[in-house]
Design a protein. Sequence first.
Length: 154
Amino acid sequence: GLGDQSLEFVVNQPASLTVCMSGYELEKCGDHDNASKIYDKCIAAGYLGAMINRARMLETGYGHTPPNLAAATELMRRVAASGHSPFATLGKLHYASALYQGKGVARDEAQALKWFEAAAKDGSPDAIEFLRTGHHTGEHDAQGRGVGPLPSSP
């Protein structure tokens, strides 16, 4: 049998902070299927960190699963709307970025600015940078480009 310290054992346990954190370990080890199972269980139980990690998996695609930007953005919207916590602040930044870019959701610059402002009010350095310059690198694409056009040099 599997020891109760193994990640495989954890997959079948009820959602808890420890179980949800194990999803991240499984994901980093390349076990995307079990990471997804854990994240989905933790999301159902309301764990915001699991929503963020699952959203990132959905955004990039994993294993043989293609990206699902709409599902990723919806998870970030849920985290953003969850209230005031470090997770909510991160959710606000990523949801604002998705709205600004039209990534998985209709492009809506006015709504994006509201969410950037909410994240900046929470103290997000990336949101503050975006409001100041129209660009941030708290999220980036495969080429390393951030959100918004790069500010022109003086």
